[in-house]
Design a protein around this ligand. Structure first.
Ligand code: PLP
Length: 445
């Protein structure tokens, strides 16, 4: 039997649920990355580095809630903090001490953070940061890099997946597309040319770890170039550290590379596994969020920012509990050590089994490509056209087979990538490497 035939036979309940779900949710999924052929699995619960599906099959988890669970699932300190808050009210309709504690921790840990504006998600954070930059500079265009992902709002839907001249979604107004200047990543000359192409540029936004969750790793010299050239021209530099925050270093990429942006967007790890995001940065820019007494944005050049769930008490409780542990430096370090072991183990298997491919990654984020070039990968362009339908399929070769095979062997990869947590032990990494070996052998047959 093929891997896909085995997969279909094994996960009967998930298959049934997915069929039923299609009548409720468009396509039966709630996040486009959770769509999976022939059908996605339905998860019942998570704990530490593991998750269980509704058939009670156990997996080592590398989705880790899209990268949010640096401490692992259901960490006791977070469970306790959230439980203590939930009976005191999930929303108090007023200000709280917890939001101050949360902001103070973020400011202590993230180098550029001189003030904090909470949002409910990373997408909201990048939208708000761009608006803040426009307000601060009085300019309207943004520079964005090809392949960089910053959530799903209109501005950042441009230039995410190949072909980069087409937004990743329908419904993006032409006027919005024209306000976004796209340029290739890690290319200093092209970037300078983009900066010089207009005198109406408010901001540059980028994933400092690299394009598409670090698939094309950033060149530190390029980041330094971007910092220098934006500072020289008064263009606001935004590091989107929604994924890299607290992972590259406790202070994120800005600490790791020692390059300080003007604004930073945060989410995921910051909220301890609940929903939450933030824009943080230089006081002079952050001041535009101050909702002066009369709220007259025309007079003060301010950005009013409502949002029912901004810094909601449950997220604040989880965020404070998580960041107190992360502040010790241990979780970030441990997750990185485990990632190095995993990458080394996967590359050993590929070599031993004479399979072309590579595993790589920085911090606690890794990629595994089979049949793809080894690093340095310079451009995220694994697009293929299906010969029958002529439809563009995004994604690297063998990605689906690899993920199905790994699931059958008890490991949930995030397609070809993954996030490692501080709850992943060296035994868990060894088991993952064995599962990878078994999957590769199976794929060879
Ligand atoms: N920015 C980056 C770099 C991300 O990876 C993501 C989500 O994966 C976002 C922004 C959007 O965050 P959210 O999913 O919380 O809206």
């Amino acid at each position: 039997a093929t891997i896909t035939e085995d997969y279909t036979r094994t996960y009967i309940q998930s298959q049934h649920l997915h069929e039923a779900s299609k009548a409720l949710l468009p396509g039966g999924v709630t996040h486009m990355a959770r769509a999976f052929d022939p059908f996605p699995l339905y998860i019942d619960r998570c704990q530490g580095a593991h998750k269980w599906d509704i058939d009670d099959n156990c997996y080592i988890d590398y989705w880790m809630r899209h990268g949010a669970m640096l401490l692992g699932h259901a960490h006791p300190a977070i469970v306790e903090a959230v439980q203590a808050q939930v009976s005191r009210g999930t929303h108090v309709g007023g200000n709280t001490r917890a939001e101050m504690d949360w902001a103070r921790l973020i400011m202590d840990l993230v180098p550029c953070a001189e003030a904090v504006k909470f949002t409910s998600s990373g997408t909201e954070a990048t939208l708000l940061a761009l608006r803040a930059a426009r307000t601060y500079t009085g300019k309207s265009q943004i520079i964005k890099f090809e392949g960089h992902f910053h959530g799903w709002h209109d501005y950042v839907a441009c230039g995410v997946t190949p072909p980069y001249d087409t937004p990743m979604s329908a419904g993006i107004p032409e006027a919005v597309q024209q306000s976004v200047i796209l340029t290739p990543f890690n290319n200093a000359e092209a970037f300078t040319a983009a900066l010089e192409s207009s005198d109406d540029i408010a901001a540059v936004i980028l994933e400092p770890g690299g394009s598409f969750d670090d698939t094309v790793p950033s060149d530190p010299a390029f980041l330094a170039h971007v910092r220098r050239e934006t500072a020289r021209r008064g263009v606001v530099l935004i590091f989107d550290e929604v994924v890299t925050g607290f992972r590259y270093a406790v202070g994120g990429c800005q600490e790791y590379f020692d390059i300080i942006p003007d604004l930073t967007t945060l989410a995921k790890v910051m909220a301890g596994g609940l929903n939450g995001g933030a824009v943080v940065g230089r006081q002079s820019i952050m001041d535009i969020f101050d909702p002066k007494q009369d709220g007259d944005w025309r007079r003060y050049q301010m950005v009013p920012h409502p949002g029912t769930f901004n810094a909601n008490p449950l997220s604040a409780a989880a965020g404070v509990a998580a960041l107190q542990l992360i502040a010790t430096g241990e979780p970030t370090k441990r997750a990185q050590e485990m990632t190095s072991l995993l990458i080394e183990g996967i590359n050993d298997v590929l070599k031993r089994r004479s399979v072309p491919g590579c595993a790589y990654g920085r911090a606690s984020i890794f990629k595994t490509f089979i049949g793809a070039e080894a690093p340095p990968i310079t451009r995220y362009d694994f697009s293929q056209v299906d010969r029958d339908t002529q439809i563009l399929i995004q994604g690297p070769p063998h990605a689906s087979e690899l993920r199905q095979g790994m699931l059958l062997n008890g490991v949930d990869l995030m397609r070809v990538a993954g996030f490692v947590s501080a709850a992943h032990t060296s035994d868990i990494i060894d088991t993952t490497i064995q599962a990878f070996d078994q999957t590769i052998v199976r794929m060879q047959n």
